[in-house]
Design a protein around this ligand. Structure first.
Ligand SMILES: Cc1cc2nc3c(=O)[nH]c(=O)nc-3n(C[C@H](O)[C@H](O)[C@H](O)COP(=O)(O)OP(=O)(O)OC[C@H]3O[C@@H](n4cnc5c(N)ncnc54)[C@H](O)[C@@H]3O)c2cc1C
Length: 381
C-alpha cells in the first residue's frame, strides 16, 4: 500500500537529505560510535543544508514551513541510514516547538538563527536521578533573585547533553506548590558559571549520541531566559509532549520498515537444509505477520502526522502511537535478529545495531507503561 502522506516537495527533501547523509554521515558514523558523540561540524553542515529548523521562520534563517512531514522525512532518513547518533530529532522535533511557541521576539532573535545554522545545539532536561516518569520528583530549583533566577540541581539522561549550547531546564520556581503549578522552563546556556556537564553515559545502543548528566550549582540566569509562563512549565510540557511522542513513533515505524527490508534480503540469500531459510513456513509467517503489523502502524502514523499538522493530535492519540509502534519495533527487532541466526548477534551485521538502537524507544519520551496510563485514564479508568 502506497503512503499518501507525502507530496513532491517532501520527496525532493528526502532525496536531498539522503544524499547529505550518504556523503557527510555514513563514512564517519562508526568513528562517532567509538567517540560516544558526533563531530560538532556535522551540525553546522546540516544547518547549511537546511536540515535544521525547517519550521522556523525564514527571517531567523529557517525553512519557513510549519509542516511536520519534513521532520518525519528527516527522521525516517536518519533511521534508514543508521545515523542514530545525530540528535537532530531532539533539536527539530522536540525543542523547536518550545522556541517557536513560547518565546518572546527578543528570545527568537537571540536563539533561532543559531538553532537553524547548527551553531546552537539544543537539549531539554526534565529527568533527574529521582524523577523520570514522575515529574513530582523534580528537585532542581530556579529561585528568583532580583532580575535573575538562581538554578541549583542536577539532571540525567539528557540527549545532546555534552554538545548542547542551550538547555531547556525544567525547574521548580515555587517549591511550595505541586509540580503542576510550580515548575518553569528556563534556558541555561553554555559557559554560564556553575553549569557543568557530568559523564557522557555509556549506553546499550545509540552509541554515537551523547546522553549526559548535567549539574547546576548556583547558576545565575537572567529572567529573560524564562521560556513561557513562570510556574506554567507543567502545562507547557503537556502541550508539547505529543509531538515528541510522534517523533519517536516516526523513528519506530521507519525502524520496522528498515529491519524488515534487511531481513527479507538476508533470508532469501542464506540457505539451510538445501533451501533459503526464508522459504520455511515459520520464517514466511513471521515476516508476513510483521510486515502486516508494520503496514498498519504506517497507516496510523501517517494519519497521526496529518492530525498533528491540523492541530488535532490529542495526547491520547500520541500516547497510542508511541506505545504501539515502539512495542512493535522491539518485536520486529527481536524476530529479525533471530532470523539472522548467529550473524545477527555480530556487530558487523546492521540488524544488530538496529536491535540495540531500538530498545530505548519504549523507555524514553515517557515509558510505554505511562502511555497506557494516559490512554487508560482517558477511558475513565
Ligand atoms: C537514551 C536516553 C535518552 C534520554 N533523553 C532524555 C532527554 O533528552 N531529556 C530528558 O529529560 N530525559 C531523557 N531521558 C529520560 C527518559 O525520559 C526516562 O528514562 C523515562 O522517562 C523513564 O524514567 P526513569 O528512567 O526514571 O524510569 P522510572 O520512572 O523509574 O520507571 C522505571 C519503571 O517503572 C515503570 N513505572 C513508573 N511509573 C509507573 C506507573 N505509574 N505505572 C506503571 N509503571 C510505572 C516505568 O514504566 C518503568 O518500566 C532519556 C533516557 C534515555 C535512556
Amino acid at each position: 500500500m502506497q503512503s499518501t502522506l507525502y507530496e513532491a516537495e517532501h520527496t525532493a527533501f528526502r532525496h536531498m537529505t539522503r544524499a547529505f547523509l550518504v556523503k557527510h554521515v555514513v563514512p564517519f558514523h562508526d568513528q562517532w560510535e567509538s567517540d560516544g558523540m558526533v563531530d560538532r561540524g556535522i551540525w553546522t553542515a546540516a544547518g547549511k543544508q537546511g536540515l535544521l529548523g525547517t519550521d522556523v521562520d525564514e527571517a531567523y534563517g529557517g525553512g519557513g514551513v510549519r509542516d511536520f512531514r519534513y521532520n518525519a522525512v528527516a527522521g525516517e532518513e536518519l533511521v534508514r541510514i543508521g545515523a542514530s547518533g545525530l540528535g537532530f530529532g531532539l533539536h527539530n522535533d522536540v525543542v523547536a516547538p518550545y522556541l517557536l511557541d513560547l518565546t518572546t521576539e527578543e528570545q527568537k532573535r537571540r536563539w533561532l538563527p543559531g538553532f537553524c545554522s547548527g551553531d546552537l545545539i539544543t537539549a531539554i532536561a526534565m529527568s533527574e536521578p529521582s524523577a523520570g516518569s514522575d515529574l513530582q520528583g523534580i528537585k532542581t530549583t530556579a529561585r528568583r533573585n532580583g532580575s535573575d533566577y538562581i538554578v541549583n540541581g542536577s539532571k540525567t539522561f539528557i540527549t545532546n547533553g555534552i554538545l548542547s549550547d542551550l538547555v531547556i531546564v525544567v525547574a521548580r520556581t515555587d517549591v511550595n506548590k505541586p509540580a503542576a503549578q510550580g515548575l518553569s522552563l528556563v534556558a541555561v546556556e553554555r559557559g554560564m558559571p556553575g553549569f557543568d556537564r557530568g559523564r557522557n553515559l555509556d549506553k546499550v545502543g545509540l552509541k554515537a549520541q551523547d546522553t549526559a548528566e548535567l549539574f547546576f550549582d548556583n547558576v545565575r540566569i537572567p529572567a529573560e531566559n524564562l521560556i513561557g509562563e513562570e510556574n506554567g512549565g507543567f502545562v507547557h510540557l503537556m502541550e508539547q509532549l505529543p509531538q515528541e511522542r510522534l517523533s519517536i513513533a516516526v523513528q519506530a515505524v521507519a525502524g520496522c520498515e528498515r529491519m524488515l527490508e534487511i531481513t527479507v534480503e538476508y533470508v532469501k540469500g542464506r540457505t539451510a537444509f538445501g533451501r533459503p531459510i526464508g522459504s520455511f513456513q515459520h520464517s514466511r509467517f513471521t515476516l508476513a505477520e510483521l510486515a502486516t503489523k508494520t503496514q498498519i502502524a504506517r497507516v496510523f502514523l501517517d494519519r497521526s502526522i496529518d492530525a498533528l499538522n491540523a492541530g488535532e493530535l490529542t495526547a491520547i492519540d500520541a500516547a497510542m502511537a508511541k506505545y504501539w509502534t515502539t512495542d512493535l519495533q522491539n518485536t520486529v527487532a527481536d524476530a529479525c535478529l533471530q532470523l539472522h541466526g548467529g550473524y545477527g548477534y555480530m556487530s558487523e551485521y546492521p540488524i544488530s545495531k538496529l536491535w540495540r538502537d531500538s530498545r530505548v524507544q519504549s523507555i524514553y519520551g515517557g515509558t510505554n507503561e505511562i502511555m497506557k496510563e494516559i490512554i487508560g485514564r482517558s477511558m475513565g479508568l
